[in-house]
Write a protein that binds this ligand. Structure first.
Ligand SMILES: [Zn+2]
Length: 270
């Protein structure tokens, strides 16, 4: 599933090709995404110039001047840039055309979304309730310490709650907690300011490392096949149950928390 790092790498990959360019057309081959693609989308978008490509959580936001195009990659979506007349492969449902260039959405499971709003995008129902951006300067130990006060929920579940902080999916929650030396079951309220400092840094470092890994494997966004699985990273704990911890050699444990697999080292994480 595309997580925040994949979405951010996509944003950085496509922005130089589409910012400042006029949308000359939209081709929708299959409208049946998570919500049906609006039948008037092409009419609304044609002639717009894409001013900026932003990201909020796992949403890509294309500022089109008279409105915003909100793109979500769902479970299996990806975007790639291609020549507009390049052969259509299976599951390539939508093209945004910029003259001879196409920004092509592929989404085999069709949980992605392509929505238009002419209102302030920050007030859109999918965007308005989102929590803090973990890569923003506001996200720091002081913020996290304040946010954890009064929360008895386990820290891992709190990190994965997108209404509190966006983009920390299961993989990154597991990895960040390992880097910070914090056991995933710790009640959020019990974290000291020092541990909050360490955790906020660990989250930022983990996400930035993934973005760097994705960016380096995708140097040429124009010619990538847009497939998922770009982010072949080495994890400390994720998916390593029963294997020795890379730091101390203790076997990595697995537990279920909120229906998600939680991996941790009982000796490195307290
Ligand atoms: Zn360990």
């Amino acid at each position: 599933m595309p997580e925040l790092p994949e979405v951010e790498v996509t944003r950085r990959g496509i922005a130089p090709y589409v910012e400042g360019r006029m949308l000359t057309g939209v081709v929708v081959r299959d409208r049946r995404l998570r919500w049906p693609v609006a039948s008037d989308l092409a009419r609304r978008l044609k002639g717009c110039t894409v001013r900026r490509v932003l990201r909020r959580g796992k949403y890509l936001l294309l500022d089109c001047g008279r409105g915003w195009l909100i793109i979500h990659l769902g479970m299996s979506g990806s975007l790639r840039l291609t020549e507009a007349d390049a052969d259509i492969k299976p599951h390539e449902h939508v093209d945004l055309l910029f003259d001879k260039l196409a920004l092509r959405l592929r989404d085999p499971r069709r949980f992605g979304a392509l929505l238009w709003t002419s209102a302030d995008v920050a007030t859109h129902r999918l965007i308005a309730g989102l929590g803090i951006e973990p890569l923003s300067p506001e996200f720091c130990g002081a913020w996290l310490h304040c946010a954890t006060r009064g929360r008895r929920t386990r820290i891992k579940l709190m990190l994965m709650n997108a209404r509190i902080v966006v983009g920390v999916g299961n993989i990154y929650a597991n990895e960040s907690l390992f880097r910070a030396g914090i056991a995933p079951r710790t009640p959020a309220v019990r974290l000291s300011r020092t541990r909050c400092d360490r955790l906020s840094e660990a989250i930022r470092d983990t996400l930035n490392a993934a973005i760097a890994a994705g960016g380096s494997s995708l140097r040429d966004f124009m010619h990538s096949d847009g497939s998922s699985g770009w982010f072949q990273q080495q994890y400390y704990v994720y998916d390593r149950a029963g294997l020795p911890c890379r730091v101390c050699g203790t076997f990595i444990r697995l537990l279920r928390m909120g229906q998600r697999s939680t991996f941790w080292c009982p000796s490195c994480q307290k």
